[in-house]
Write a protein that binds this ligand. Structure first.
Ligand code: KG4
Ligand code: ZN
Length: 327
């Protein structure tokens, strides 16, 4: 079995995965959303302190598996430096005390493998990752062949939801809050410009849209009824930006198997719009279960099973966090 740890941002999670059957035997996550909510975003030092409390609590629940562990896996990149270090330090301690190898996992690869928890992989696949830290389109052939074909030039999709929620004083994380508010709003009430709509580039950008929304929120003032329409119009344009760029990309790269992963892939409007886009191509849409869209240790364990088979271990002294490392 493999024990995996995830602490790249504001979720403390540990999983146990069976190496032979790839079955998830245990998964527990303690989220810090309530603690960060009053600040309208993640406060790194607070997050680190909360990981230091939560991770040992979860670890105590898996001690029965210790004799059966063959490796310990941990998210080493990308993420917040002060929170990554919490998981990595714990993983190193476990590796030393049980004398088992360490597996350093890139958590973006983890998001891709969230599609295959308790399942075999089904590559090749085009994958759109939408999270708080990343918005990128990848062509994935295997664990070792992941090619990024487009990414955000500034803010990410999920981050823009977080910032809009903060402007409206709604709390954190903004994704589900804005999605809920948008249900009762008019998507066409505000005519925000679709980012990069005139650019031939296959790339993403959210900072301009964020600023347009800021002006609308300021103009609405205390008329919070207007927030529903702003939320709906923002979600519509943020999604349209993705579908317009994908449509362009599909002209030269016909999709067969397409997946959306990452925390923001839980957004139902985004799922529906991408489904519509894929329909004429007869392409299949792959999605993670809702509980595995956001950061979790089950996906880290699933990647680690593949890395264990290929003996992709990292010596304890060589394992360092890489907060900015991408794919
Ligand atoms: O993957 P994740 O847990 O962490 C990162 O790797 O960043 O993604 C978290 C992000 C946050 O920005 C959150 O607001 C966003 O995913 N998110 C959503 C939704 N649920 C979570 N964004 C839009 N709609 C949602 N329903
Ligand atoms: Zn993530």
């Amino acid at each position: 079995m493999i024990l995996s740890i995830e602490s790249s941002c504001d979720d403390s999670a540990i999983a146990i995965t069976d190496l032979e059957t790839k079955k998830l035997l245990f998964h527990k996550k303690i989220s810090q959303e309530i603690e960060h909510s009053i600040y309208g975003g993640v406060v790194p030092e607070l997050a680190a302190r909360l990981h230091a409390e939560a991770l040992p609590k979860i670890l105590a629940q898996v001690s029965e598996y210790f004799p059966k562990l063959r490796a310990v896996a941990v998210t080493a990149s990308p993420g917040l430096a002060v929170t990554l270090i919490e998981g990595v330090t714990m993983a190193k301690a476990i590796a030393v005390s049980l004398n088992i190898p360490l597996i350093a996992v890139n958590h973006l690869v983890g998001h891709i493998y969230s599609l295959f928890i308790e399942k075999e992989t089904s590559f090749p696949m085009s994958v759109l990752l939408v999270s708080g830290g990343h918005t990128q389109l990848m062509e994935v052939k295997s664990l070792e062949s992941i090619q990024t074909v487009a990414k955000s030039m500034d803010d990410s999709f999920g981050e823009s939801f977080d910032k809009v929620a903060k402007m409206m004083g709604l709390g954190y994380p903004g994704g589900p809050l804005i999605e809920n508010l948008a249900y009762d709003g008019d998507r066409l009430a505000y005519n925000f410009t679709v980012p990069l709509h005139q650019s031939p580039l296959i790339a993403f950008s959210y900072s301009g849209l964020k600023n347009a929304v800021r002006l609308a929120v300021e103009e609405a003032g205390s008329d919070t009824e207007k927030y529903k329409d702003i939320a709906a119009s923002f979600e519509h344009i943020a999604t349209k930006h993705l579908t317009m760029k994908l449509k362009k990309y599909f002209k030269t790269n016909r999709p067969k198997n397409f997946a959306i992963v990452g925390g923001a892939s839980a957004n139902l409007y985004l799922r529906k719009e991408i489904e519509k886009l894929l329909e004429p191509h007869g392409a299949k849409l792959h999605l993670s279960e809702l509980k595995y869209c956001a950061d979790n240790a089950a996906m880290i364990g699933r990647v680690a099973v593949e890395m264990y088979e290929k003996q992709m271990f990292t010596p304890i002294d060589a394992l360092e966090i890489a907060p900015k490392s991408a794919i």
